[in-house]
Design a protein around this ligand. Structure first.
Ligand code: C5P
Length: 317
């Protein structure tokens, strides 16, 4: 089978199966600028993709009008019905391109959910990109980003090169050069999550930081060139409402900061934190010298107050 590719006008080869990584993101800073008439919030944020990732495997179903898309997942608790953004992405793709192909998708989930890491949006973006390739590219990259923005604010970012200044609802992108990889970085998430909508609803406009996002961006890009992102420019306006909803979040941040990282900041609407730098105070306390063992050390030390805490070392991609 072959179809006309949108960007070349040439015949394209159709791919029967495809396996792809679906990376998470962090928000190096996140400013909320106000509420919009459509109920969403105007934001300004520096998004960075990280190496913590899910894997997705796509298979074409036999041509059959009665076939339905389907998916499976290695983790219990992840919906595999139409509420999953993977199946939503397949439906939107077909609706917008006129393509009739159905798919089966295997999701190998590693990125925690309700974590502010964009896991579901990344899966949707990866799905749009994958099935477009597998169907002979009926849509351009710009069109894929537009399809994604229809059903999730972060989806366009995951179709970018991995570092971007995002505004509007989060779907307007300015692509940036890659940030220098940190010497060490950890993602830490307690065993509970928070719904993004609820965190936005809890926000108190009087308590927003009021810092100019363009200045934050300049400060970060300049400091990143010199090797360490400026901790003073890493702030997230959604920390305050998240900490009010879940006081344990504030406790976790204080505890992580006491370990001596350069930066500890909540990502998105939580409940994960990213920690950049080496936890010098913790290394001194435990006698541990090898940063490769630090995830285990962090899990053990946080365990009594935060049972089931997720800790994973990763880097920028
Ligand atoms: O677009 P997404 O599905 O990520 O948004 C989830 C919820 O977060 C929205 O329903 C909305 O309540 C809130 N949100 C917002 N402003 C944004 C992004 C999300 O209010 N820019």
């Amino acid at each position: 089978v072959s179809m006309a590719a949108a960007d070349s006008g040439k015949e394209a080869v159709v791919i029967p199966v495809l396996s792809l990584a679906s990376p998470a993101k962090i928000n190096v800073f996140l400013r909320i600028l106000g509420k919009r008439p459509d109920g969403f919030h105007e934001l300004a944020s520096l998004f960075q993709a990280v190496s913590l990732q899910d894997n997705l495997h796509f298979e074409r179903k036999d041509d059959d009008d009665t076939a339905r898309d389907s998916m499976e997942c290695n983790v219990a608790g992840i919906p595999t019905d139409d509420s999953n953004l993977i199946l939503k992405a397949l439906a939107v793709f077909r609706e917008r391109t006129g393509c009739t192909q159905k798919f089966h998708v295997k999701l190998d989930k590693r990125v925690p959910f309700e974590a502010g890491l964009g896991g579901g949006s990344a899966n949707a973006a990866t799905t749009l990109w994958a099935v477009n390739e597998m169907c002979g590219r009926p849509a351009t990259d710009e069109q894929l980003a537009e399809f994604g923005a229809q059903f999730g604010s972060d989806i366009s970012f995951f179709l970018s090169s991995g570092t971007a200044y995002c505004t509007g609802r989060g779907e307007i992108l300015r692509s940036l050069p890659p940030l220098t990889k940190p010497s060490a970085m950890f993602i830490v998430k307690p065993n509970f999550g928070l719904s993004t909508g609820k965190v936005f609803q809890t926000m108190d406009y009087e308590r927003l930081s009021k810092r100019d996002p363009e200045l934050l961006l300049n400060e970060i890009m300049e400091s990143a060139n010199e090797g360490l992102i400026s901790p003073a420019a890493c702030l997230n306006d959604l920390e305050e409402p998240s900490f009010r909803l879940e006081p344990k979040m504030g406790e976790l941040k204080t505890k992580l900061a006491s370990f001596g990282f350069d930066i500890v900041l909540m990502s998105g609407s939580g409940t994960s934190f990213f920690c950049i730098g080496r936890p010098h105070a913790l290394l001194l306390g435990t006698g541990e010298r090898d940063p490769r063992n630090m995830s285990d050390v962090l899990r053990t030390i946080l365990g009594p107050a935060f049972p089931g805490v997720f800790v994973e070392q990763c880097t920028f991609v």
